[in-house]
Design a protein around this ligand. Structure first.
Ligand code: PHE
Length: 335
C-alpha cells in the first residue's frame, strides 16, 4: 500500500489542468467517491492493526495534498481563462453606441417627405457652378447690386466659375433640360463668403422648390407652403407673406410662420413679434422662364427657398449654427 500511495503521490504532484475538462478529470480520478482516495481508504480497512497508525497518517497526508492540489488547479484554470481573452484592453473606453442620423439629415428627410406627398420629386445639381446657372439665367443682370446680396466664392474668373450661392442653380438646369410641368424640390449645400458666427456660416444647406405648369398662381404657392408649415411645425401653425425682392421672382415674398414656441404671444425665439421667418418665395419671373427656354405666355410657376439649418434651429431651439458642422457627439446624440 505504501508503494501505491507513493506512486499516486508522484502522479498527483505532476498533474496539470489546462481546461475545465482536465480539472474535472483530476477530480474524478483522485477526489470523487469512486476515485483513488476512496479506493485507498477501502484498502486501509484491510490493513493489519499494527500498521494502521503509519498508513493512516500517510493516507491523511495524501488526502490533504490531493485537496490542496485540486484547489490550486481550480485557481490556475480560472486565471488562465482570463488570460486567454487576448487582445482585450480593459483600459479602453466602452464600445460607443450606434451612431444616429444627423439632425440636418433628419430635418431634410422630413421636408422631402412632406413635399413628396404633395407631388414634388427631388432634384440635384452641381455645387461648383458657372455664372449663367447661378446668376444670369436667374435674372441677375451683370453688375447688378443683387449679386452683392450673395457673397460669392469665385473659383475662376472669365468665365466665372463659383461655388453656388443657392440651390436655385438646380432650377435653371432642370428647366433648360426638360419640358414643363416641373414640380421638384432641391435640397443641397450652398456657400457664401460670410464671417462665421453663431447665426451665419460660410456653408449651409437649402431646400428650394419649383412648380411650373399652366395656370400656376400665387394661391398654389400659399397653399403648398401652408401645408408644409402645418405638417412640419404643428397643425395650429399660421403662415404669412411679406413683400420682398428677389431678382428671379415677381412678386416676391418672405415667408413667416406663427411662432410655434409661444403660439404668437411673443418670446425670445420670435423676438417678441409672434412670427419667425423661414424663407423666401415668389412667382418665377418671366425672364427666368425665357432664359431657360420656356414660354412665359404659356406657363407660369412659383419658387421658394428655405435654409435647412434655420428650420432645424427653430424646431430644436438650437442657438448656434456652428454646432451642425462640429461633429460633437454630445450634441449629435441628442437627436
Ligand atoms: N434663392 C433664394 C436665396 O438663396 C431663396 C429663394 C428661392 C427665394 C426661391 C425665392 C424663391 O436666398
Amino acid at each position: 500500500m505504501k508503494e501505491k500511495i507513493e506512486s499516486y503521490k508522484a502522479e498527483l504532484q505532476s498533474a496539470m489542468a489546462k481546461s475545465k475538462q482536465e480539472l474535472e478529470d483530476f477530480r474524478l480520478k483522485f477526489i470523487s467517491k469512486k476515485g483513488v482516495i476512496s479506493e485507498l481508504f477501502d484498502e486501509f480497512k484491510k490493513v493489519p492493526n499494527e500498521q494502521k497508525r503509519e498508513f493512516g497518517a500517510l493516507l491523511n497526508e495524501f488526502k490533504e495534498e490531493a485537496q490542496a492540489k485540486f484547489n490550486s488547479l481550480i485557481e490556475a484554470v480560472n486565471n488562465q481563462s482570463a488570460d486567454e481573452v487576448v487582445g482585450l484592453d480593459l483600459t479602453l473606453p466602452p464600445v460607443p453606441s450606434a451612431g444616429s442620423i444627423h439632425p440636418l439629415t433628419q430635418v431634410k428627410n422630413r421636408i422631402i417627405q412632406i413635399f413628396e406627398r404633395q407631388g414634388f420629386n427631388v432634384s440635384d445639381g452641381p455645387e461648383i457652378e458657372d455664372d449663367f446657372h447661378n446668376f444670369t439665367a436667374l435674372n441677375f443682370p451683370e453688375n447688378h447690386p443683387a449679386r452683392e446680396m450673395q457673397d460669392t466664392y469665385f473659383i475662376e474668373k472669365d468665365p466665372d466659375i463659383l461655388l453656388r450661392t443657392h440651390t436655385s442653380n438646380v432650377q435653371t438646369r432642370l428647366m433648360e433640360k426638360g419640358k414643363p410641368p416641373f414640380r421638384s424640390i432641391m435640397p443641397g449645400r450652398v456657400y457664401r463668403n460670410e464671417a462665421i458666427s453663431a447665426r451665419a456660416h460660410c456653408f449651409f444647406n437649402q431646400v428650394e422648390g419649383l412648380y411650373v405648369d399652366k395656370e400656376v398662381s400665387f394661391k398654389d404657392l400659399k397653399q403648398t407652403l401652408y401645408h408644409f408649415a402645418k405638417e412640419f411645425f404643428g397643425p395650429e401653425t399660421k403662415i404669412r407673406f411679406r413683400p420682398s425682392y428677389f431678382p428671379f421672382t415677381e412678386p416676391s415674398a418672405e415667408i413667416d410662420i406663427s411662432c410655434f414656441i409661444c403660439k404668437g404671444d411673443g418670446c425670445k425665439i420670435c423676438k417678441y413679434s409672434g412670427w419667425v421667418e423661414i424663407g423666401g418665395a415668389g412667382m418665377v419671373d418671366p425672364n427666368v422662364l425665357t432664359s431657360c427656354g420656356i414660354d412665359p405666355k404659356e406657363y407660369s410657376g412659383f419658387a421658394f427657398g428655405m435654409g435647412i439649418e434655420r428650420i432645424a434651429m427653430l424646431k430644436y431651439q438650437i442657438d448656434d449654427i456652428r454646432l451642425f458642422s462640429e461633429n460633437d457627439i454630445r450634441f449629435l446624440k441628442q437627436f
